[in-house]
Design a protein around this ligand. Structure first.
Ligand SMILES: NC(=O)c1ccc[n+]([C@@H]2O[C@H](COP(=O)([O-])OP(=O)(O)OC[C@H]3O[C@@H](n4cnc5c(N)ncnc54)[C@H](O)[C@@H]3O)[C@@H](O)[C@H]2O)c1
Length: 433
């Protein structure tokens, strides 16, 4: 099939590349000419394990193309995916200007009926709005599908190629058949497709992210209480995770959730609740608890050194909102670093992939080190923010020698308190005695 994916970000680039990998001819469109120029030079604008090789392979085989020219791609396409951003608007709702703008562009470029698939995360009712936008500029009919994306950054290829579920919301039998065919290569072991109407598919994506965000905030509150009462959240986590009704995933306490999805998606869902006269109280609390959790490690640093951090050197390990990505949208590291800098601390930070992003977001207020050990030179404290694998078993002896202080703030509970203390560190984790 000839496919077009509009929006060549984390979702569009991965989806387009994976469809090309199964043999389709895919044109990935973006309105950012720099991004398209990079991709045409063979450079991948994001860090995602395995993506670069797959992109290069499919470009070489002439199955994957990059362009800013939407009309030419749409004129020959059978299916158009919308995978542009839906950032948080001023009132918390999802900003649909990109999605609806693309819908109009697709409408203007249509030469025959096609299937239009919305992959962006959009509020219930957007499918109908996309159809209406297209109908404003053309009389050529389209079939609308909501096909929300569940990939996780850092494991995006794996998730796309071996999905837990494929949600397809459509009222059209033809579109259903087209989507079934498109996803068949990723659906061979057992059929994981869940068909539904467009509105339910749109809601499914928000409900999934809201549930996951709720688990995180819930466990963060339990961890904070463990700390007060002298319990160990790691043991509590194992104790509750073994219950099949609860399950072991997503029960790790930490520095709060960030990223391009959870924060904006729970706020957009809350906004939908407000619009329909049903305020979502659980989510409101989830969001508040998360905001508090993002400053938790900062509070712990202040507790150890006092409010005035002038003259203190603090190293930060991990800047991306989670490991295996360079994405720092709403990353807790930003909140922590800004708090440290505002109190006068000199911060040196290291991250295996996100230093370029960090320089753009945080600027020259702090120093950046490719080598995490360099960031420790003369440090009074280390704050571990993102649990990259290489930080899990570092050379503690070397760390000790490089640092001038002994304070370790472990925002992900990756190190053992007893071991750390035996080595002479003053260790502070989350929810552990
Ligand atoms: N990132 C994730 O892990 C993830 C996972 C599931 C769902 N989603 C959802 O998928 C959507 C896309 O997310 P993302 O992280 O890939 O976003 P992104 O910001 O990485 O990429 C969006 C791309 O769309 C392009 N774009 C914007 N307007 C355009 C237009 N009018 N024409 C052409 N291109 C345009 C931008 O230049 C950008 O390259 C969002 O709705 C998001 O919530 C994201």
């Amino acid at each position: 099939m000839e496919l077009t994916v509009v929006g060549t970000g984390y979702v569009g680039l991965v989806a387009g590349t994976c469809f090309a990998e199964t043999g389709h001819t895919v044109t990935c469109i973006d309105n950012n000419p720099d991004k398209i120029a990079m991709l045409e030079r063979g450079e991948i604008p994001i860090y995602e394990p395995g993506l670069e090789e797959m992109v290069k392979r499919n470009v070489k085989k002439k199955r994957l193309f990059f362009s800013t020219d939407l009309p030419t791609a749409i004129a020959k396409t059978e299916v158009a995916f919308i995978a542009v951003g839906t950032p948080e608007g001023e009132d918390g709702s999802a900003d649909l200007s990109h999605v609806l703008g693309v819908a109009r562009d697709i409408g203007r470029a249509l030469t025959r009926p096609i299937v239009v698939v919305d992959k962006s995360t959009v509020p219930v009712g957007t499918g109908e709005r996309v159809k209406a936008e297209i109908a404003k500029v053309t009389s050529i009919p389209v079939e609308i599908v909501s096909n929300p994306e569940f990939l996780k950054e850092g494991a995006a290829l794996e998730d796309f190629l071996k999905p837990d579920r494929i949600v397809i919301g459509t009222e059209s039998e033809h579109a259903k058949a087209v989507m079934t065919d498109l996803y068949a290569p990723f659906n061979r072991t057992s059929n994981r497709t869940v068909f539904m109407d467009v509105r339910s598919a749109e809601m499914t994506k928000y409900a999934a992210n809201a549930m996951l965000a709720t688990r995180i905030s819930f466990m963060n509150e339990i961890a904070n209480l463990c700390e007060r009462v002298g319990a160990d959240v790691n043991k509590v986590r194992a104790g509750i995770g073994s219950d099949p009704r609860i399950g072991p995933s997503f029960l790790f306490p930490g520095v709060g959730f960030g990223g391009s999805c959870f924060p904006k998606d729970i706020r957009a869902l809350m906004r939908t609740g407000d619009e329909y006269g049903l305020p979502l109280q659980v989510l409101r609390t989830v969001d508040e608890v998360n905001d508090r959790q993002k400053t938790l490690m900062l509070d712990k640093v202040v507790k150890a050194f006092g409010e005035d951090l002038r003259g203190k050197n603090v190293a930060v390990w991990g800047l991306a909102f989670k490991p295996q990505t360079d994405d720092m949208r709403e990353a807790p590291a930003i909140t922590i670093i800004e708090g440290l800098v505002a109190r006068g601390a000199a911060v040196r930070a290291s991250d295996p992939e996100a230093l370029k992003t960090a320089r753009r977001i945080i600027g020259d207020k702090i120093r950046y080190d490719d080598d995490p050990y360099a960031a420790l030179e003369g440090a009074d404290a280390l704050v571990l923010v993102t649990e990259w694998n290489e930080f899990r078993r570092p050379n503690f002896k070397r760390m000790k020698e490089l640092m001038r202080g002994v304070h370790i703030f472990d925002g992900r509970n990756v190190w053992e308190p007893d071991t750390m203390r035996k080595m002479g560190f003053t260790y502070t984790g989350i929810g552990r005695p």
